[in-house]
Each structure stands twice: as structure tokens, then as C-alpha cells.
Design a protein around this ligand. Structure first.
Ligand SMILES: Nc1ncnc2c1ncn2[C@@H]1O[C@H](COP(=O)(O)OP(=O)(O)OP(=O)(O)O)[C@@H](O)[C@H]1O
Ligand SMILES: [Mg+2]
Length: 478
């Protein structure tokens, strides 16, 4: 058995690698585990890390229900409200409610501005990240618990030094029997990448040699007290069999795999016939070709389209060109559910300033949330409101637990005061520095004195504006 491709067009897919870079904004929201809704859809006062903001949470819950039923008809959801009122947190909670099988792509409006990539290109790739495809196919596999893993070494024929792997012997066991396979070195590489050791349950695709680790065999359960492993039963049936495999990929994964088709078997070499000609860029043409093949697979019942969620935070940062693109993309049959968020009131739509109108003010078109009215008209708008002191205190309490900070009650009250005076975000941001201050002062618990000291070191937005105004009055300059 070696890596070979069959003549018929096929989709060979591996689960996409984790998207590390796109999750960096989530750390401040790590206490949020979901929308905290009861079964009847009402928001509980405090649940799953969420405090208050009940109306907005219920509205989102309803939207989620629509989404699960597959009804959305191109209507984006727009979250609006003052800074720090949980818009971003709520969108992320929505992604958690959706589960890991539904794609969720979060981007910030300003991400589209880059010197190298076109604005609409950035948006386009985010749209495709948010559309999933579930591919079901029956494949010939070798499956079982690994009983033996012995690479065979040989002298490297090219250089006098070192050794290469000539083949690998893998023993696989199922309930029914055992089989010993002699496999190609490329399969050994795949085995190493999946970190397979004796006692794991794996399957190897017969056509491609792709290796997938399913989990650790039941027989090895309770080896340790603390288990970070997933235990799976010994597979039934023969080692060599036909198996239905379900793969979840996004259209973006398919784009990338076809743009860089060369390489090992861990890169998805999708749809055999497209791969020819070593492309390196994702072009519109390539996307159209992929769409065509995807359509065909859907018609044949091999694949199922799973629209995910595209979240565009700070949507007022987009400009007219992007909004036009957005309008068009929403119309397409392959459109994800779009959630937008903005903390702006009436402001200028980017890209309309200095529009060259004779006698124009050069101020551009002003519109609510900096969004053109035609798009705004399609949106379902959800408003978030400011928090009360009590709500701020409860969020602070939640965060101290997550961050592992010991806080004296007087410090908590002081922080809640600060939050009420300024904003929830400001109060939350004081937590970590206060903990550092307390530590340098030799205390285990954060006290009110640490919070006061911070107040002297840092200004919140309101105080900072106050200082500037005062200076302006006195006409002093920096
Ligand atoms: N209702 C809530 N319950 C628990 N934590 C919350 C709640 N609302 C906000 N937070 C937390 O407060 C912080 C600020 O909220 P978030 O970033 O979601 O605000 P935002 O509305 O997106 O603000 P901006 O408009 O400035 O982007 C985050 O750490 C968030 O997790
Ligand atoms: Mg935000």
C-alpha cells in the first residue's frame, strides 16, 4: 500500500489545522462559556459566565434557533451599544453555542486594510472560512489498535551517512483478529505526525495512506488518575474494511489545499482533477471551480453545506467598497450567517469622505453606526445597554476566579465603583495590574490600596478627556 491517487475525482480531506492566530482575542472572554439561556430561551440572570444583558442574550438565542432551523434569508444581525457592554463577548458565546462542527470566523473591520491583499479579498476569504462542508464518503481503510510499530532502517543510498526508513511494520488488532501491515515510509511519517504509539486506535486510508488517530484503546484506560485522553473501544469487524468517514472542512480549507497542491498527504489534495498545475494563489477562478465541484458533490449527496457564522467586529471600520461587497455576498446562495458589531453612533461611512461633490462639505455620508442605510435596512438590530454597579461587581468576581486573583472585598467594591464611574472594561483591565502591585508590595490579596495606587498611575478614558479639556482651556500644549 502506498500513496497513490485513483482516477475518479475524489475529495481527500484531513481536518484543518487549528487556527491559532484567529483566537488571540478570546483570552479576555475566557470566562464566557455560552449565552446562558434556559431551555425555554429566557436568559438566566447569571449563567455560563454571562451577567445581565438579558434582552440582547435572548435576542441572540432566538437568532441561533433560526440559524439551527436553517432560516436566515441573508439577514445579518447587528449588535450595537456602548463600548465594553459585551458585544464581542456575546458573539463569541454564540460560537460556543454552535459547537465545534459549525464554522465560526471572527474578524475585525480594520483587518481588511493591508498593503498586500485587496480589501474584498480579505473579506472574501473570511466568508469562505465561515462556510463548512461535511463530506461523507465510504473509504477502504485499515483500522485497529496498534500492537506493533517497528520502523525498518536501511543505509541511505545517497549519502554515506545516516539511515533512512525503508518500511514500517504496523500490527493492527480488532475484536475479530490481528493483521500485520508492511507500509511505505511516507505512512510512517504520517504516523509520527499523529503521535501514534502502541495501544492507540488508528485508521489508515488505503488509497492515500493518510493516518488518523481515533483515540487510545479502552484496554489502557485508568492507567493514570488524571486522564487527558479519549478512550475508544476496540474496533469491530476486520482490520481491512470499508468505513464511512465524515470530514468537516470549510471552503477556505479547500481553496488553500488547491492553491498549494504539492506536498505530503497531510495537505488536503482536494478534488483530483483541479490539482494539476501547481497554483500558488487563491484566485476567483479557482474559487469558482471549487464551487462548481462542491455543487456537484452536494447534488450527488456526497457532501452537505453547513453555513457557519461570520462575525465582523467593529464593522464601522469597513469602507464603502467593502459594504458593497458585503451586500452582494449576502445575496449569494452560499452565504454564512453574518453577525456585525459596532459601538459607533451616527458617523461618517468610510470611503465617502471627499467624495468630490462640488460644494460638498467633504464630510462624506453620515449614517447610523457608520453603515450604509441599505445594509442597515436588512439587519436585525440588537442593542446592548450599560451595566449597573451590581452587574459590574459580579463580572469582576467571575474574572478574579478565572485569572486566579485573590481580591479583598473592599478592593472589589472599589473596583466596582471604578467600573460604574468609567466602564466595565476599565475595571476589568485594572485586575491584573492590581494583582502585580499587590505582589510587589508583598501581599497575597489585592487590597483597596492597590486599586487606589493604580488610579494614580493610569487614567480612564473620561479622566483623560477631562485632563485634555482642562489643558485646552488653559491653552497649554504638550
Ligand atoms: N454580560 C457580561 N457578563 C460577563 N462578562 C462580560 C459581560 N459583558 C462584557 N463582559 C466582559 O467585559 C469585557 C468587555 O466586553 P466586550 O469586549 O465584549 O465589549 P464590547 O461591547 O465588544 O466593546 P467594544 O464596543 O469596545 O468592542 C470582556 O472581557 C467581556 O468578556
Ligand atoms: Mg468589541
Amino acid at each position: 500500500m502506498s500513496a497513490s491517487t485513483s482516477a475518479a475525482p475524489q475529495i481527500i480531506t484531513q481536518p484543518p489545522p487549528p487556527q491559532a492566530a484567529r483566537e488571540s482575542r478570546i483570552a479576555t472572554h475566557s470566562h464566557i462559556k455560552g449565552l446562558g439561556l434556559a431551555d425555554d430561551g429566557t436568559a438566566m440572570e447569571q449563567s455560563q459566565g454571562f451577567v445581565g444583558q438579558r434582552l440582547a442574550r435572548e435576542a441572540l438565542g432566538l437568532h441561533l434557533q433560526l440559524l439551527r432551523m436553517g432560516r436566515h434569508a441573508g439577514r445579518p444581525l447587528l449588535l450595537v451599544g456602548p463600548p465594553g457592554t459585551g458585544k464581542t463577548a456575546m458573539a463569541l458565546a454564540m460560537s460556543q453555542e454552535l459547537g465545534s462542527k459549525v464554522p465560526f470566523c471572527a474578524m475585525v473591520g480594520s483587518e481588511v486594510y493591508s498593503g498586500e491583499v485587496k480589501k474584498t479579498e480579505v473579506l472574501g476569504s473570511c466568508f469562505r472560512r465561515a462556510i463548512g462542508l461535511r463530506i461523507k464518503e465510504t473509504k477502504e481503510v485499515y483500522e485497529g489498535e496498534v500492537t506493533e510499530l517497528t520502523p525498518s532502517e536501511a543505509e541511505n543510498p545517497l549519502s554515506g551517512y545516516g539511515k533512512t526508513i525503508s518500511h514500517v511494520i504496523v500490527g493492527l488488532k480488532t475484536v475479530k483478529g490481528t493483521k500485520q501491515l508492511r507500509l511505505d515510509p511516507s505512512v510512517y511519517e504520517a504516523i509520527q505526525k499523529e503521535r501514534v504509539v502502541v495501544g492507540d486506535v488508528i485508521y489508515i486510508e488505503a488509497n492515500t495512506g493518510a493516518v488518523k488517530r481515533v483515540g487510545r484503546s479502552d484496554a489502557y484506560a485508568s492507567e493514570f488518575d488524571l486522564e487527558a485522553e479519549e478512550y475508544v473501544p476496540l474496533p469491530k469487524g476486520d482490520v481491512h474494511k470499508r468505513k464511512e468517514l465524515v470530514q468537516d472542512v470549510t471552503l477556505h480549507d479547500l481553496d488553500m489545499a488547491n492553491a498549494r497542491p504539492q506536498g505530503g498527504q497531510d495537505i488536503m489534495s482536494v478534488m483530483g482533477q483541479l490539482v494539476k498545475g501547481g497554483r500558488t494563489e487563491v484566485t476567483d477562478k479557482l474559487r469558482r471551480e471549487i464551487n462548481k465541484v462542491v455543487d456537484r458533490y452536494i447534488e450527488q449527496g456526497v457532501a452537505e453545506l453547513i453555513p457557519g457564522v461570520l462575525f465582523i467586529d467593529e464593522v464601522h471600520m469597513l469602507d464603502m467598497e467593502c459594504f458593497t461587497y458585503l451586500n452582494r455576498a449576502l445575496e449569494s446562495p452560499m452565504s454564512p450567517y453574518v453577525v456585525l458589531a459596532s459601538n459607533r453612533g451616527i458617523s461618517t461611512i468610510r470611503g465617502t469622505e471627499y467624495d468630490g461633490v462640488v460644494g460638498g462639505s467633504g464630510e462624506g455620508i453620515r449614517s447610523p453606526h457608520g453603515i450604509p442605510v441599505d445594509l442597515l435596512d436588512r439587519c436585525m438590530i440588537v442593542k446592548t445597554s450599560l451595566y449597573t454597579r451590581d452587574e459590574i461587581r459580579r463580572v469582576l468576581e467571575l474574572r478574579t476566579k478565572v485569572e486566579g486573583i485573590a481580591l479583598r472585598s473592599d478592593a472589589l467594591e472599589k473596583l466596582a465603583d471604578e467600573g460604574e464611574r468609567s466602564s466595565l472594561r476599565y475595571a476589568l483591565q485594572l485586575l491584573s495590574p492590581a494583582a502585580v502591585l499587590a505582589k510587589t508590595n508583598g501581599r497575597i490579596e489585592v487590597g483597596v490600596e492597590d486599586v487606589s495606587e493604580l488610579g494614580e498611575l493610569f487614567l480612564d478614558a473620561k479622566r483623560s478627556t477631562g485632563v485634555l479639556k482642562e489643558q485646552d482651556l488653559n491653552e497649554t500644549r504638550y
